[in-house]
Design a protein. Sequence first.
Length: 140
Amino acid sequence: MADCLNDCMRRPSLRPEPAEPDGLLDKREIIAETPDLRMVQLTLSPGETVPWHWHSDASDYYIGLEGITVVETRAPRQRFELAAGQTCRVPPKQAHHVSGKDGGYCKVAILQGVGRYDFNPLPQNPLIDRLESMIAAKSR
């Protein structure tokens, strides 16, 4: 098992790179990858976010590393604030986005799988985003 993990860490990606937000490609480090599972470390600087998106087959398992990582979901609407060592899971087909708390810095590990990873962005809708921000502010 250790040899397989070491081999996966050294070899280039096993599949074509899935579409991801251009500005975040240099913010993530792929720790290990197989056809149905990958471990990524993502660092977000103040003000950076992973936009709303969903995955067809893979769940995202988030593990807070540094700062407070905020994972928000739709349908159902949930908000997770992860300090170092805290976790949450987002199942396939559930829309979600990630940011640092109050727009701050965060570092998070993401175990993605089991299933083929993809990144399906949601269309931007400023009106819906504004309404959700207002609802979230009232619920805090």
